[in-house]
Design a protein around this ligand. Structure first.
Ligand code: HEC
Length: 195
């Protein structure tokens, strides 16, 4: 008698769970429809990415653009870069002059694709797939350590089939570090002053 009461209770509990699931399922289609109506409103979140960029960088994972970016990041995170880059660290003195020099080099070599302030909106980059990275965003991500930036800027995107040029024969290492310093300084307006 005692046993059957227990199983009855169990059955009741299971029924309640089942009902809850059914109720959930009934609610679900509505929320799915809402989600399909447009991107979710994340305005309350940590918002380091403008909406269009979130869309561009994080859209469906099978997207070829996203794949090229992921491959680059994945390769780096799995130690797939030459040791010479892995152990490289910037040794330049980061001061106003270095940042200004970096800004000038950036304007001459990078802005055409990556945009004046690193927002990926340079004229020459408009037709490229994958599109030029949003450097203003990237530079604040944890991946933007010295070896990653030096490797990427030196070797370019050949390995990943992208249009990012290799600068190892065009810029000296110190010049690359100056560009890095400029980007880390937040892409200040230095070019007008330098002119
Ligand atoms: C011809 C256009 C072009 C020019 C010029 C260019 N880039 Fe790029 N860059 C790209 C494209 C396209 C990508 C995205 C594909 C990739 O990651 O390879 C990219 C990616 C990058 C990345 C990697 C971003 C990530 O997602 O991790 C960095 C860093 C970068 N560029 C820095 C620079 C710097 C610094 C310069 C100037 C010295 C420069 N680029 C010049 C087109 C360009």
């Amino acid at each position: 008698m005692h046993i059957s009461t227990t199983s009855w209770r169990k059955a009741l509990a299971a029924g309640a769970v089942g009902l809850a699931i059914l109720a959930g399922a009934a609610v679900l289609p509505t929320s799915v429809t809402q989600a399909q109506g447009g991107p979710p409103d994340w305005s309350g979140n940590d918002f380091w990415m403008p909406g269009w960029m979130r869309h561009r960088m994080w859209r469906h994972s099978r997207d070829p653009e996203m794949r090229a970016r992921r491959e680059r990041h994945w390769t780096f995170m799995h130690g797939g870069i030459p040791d010479a880059y892995e152990s490289a660290r910037s040794k330049i003195k980061v001061d106003k002059e270095a940042i200004a020099a970096g800004g000038k080099l950036y304007a001459e070599n990078c802005a055409s694709c990556h945009g004046k302030t690193g927002d990926g909106d340079g004229q020459a980059g408009k037709s490229l797939t994958p599109s030029p990275a949003l450097l203003s965003f990237l530079i604040e991500r944890p991946i933007s350590v010295d070896p990653y930036l030096l490797w990427t800027i030196s070797e370019g995107g050949k390995q990943f089939g992208t249009d990012m040029p290799a600068f190892k024969d065009k810029l000296s290492r110190d010049e690359i570090w100056k560009i890095v310093a400029y980007m880390r300084a937040g892409f200040p307006k230095v070019v007008e002053e330098a002119k």
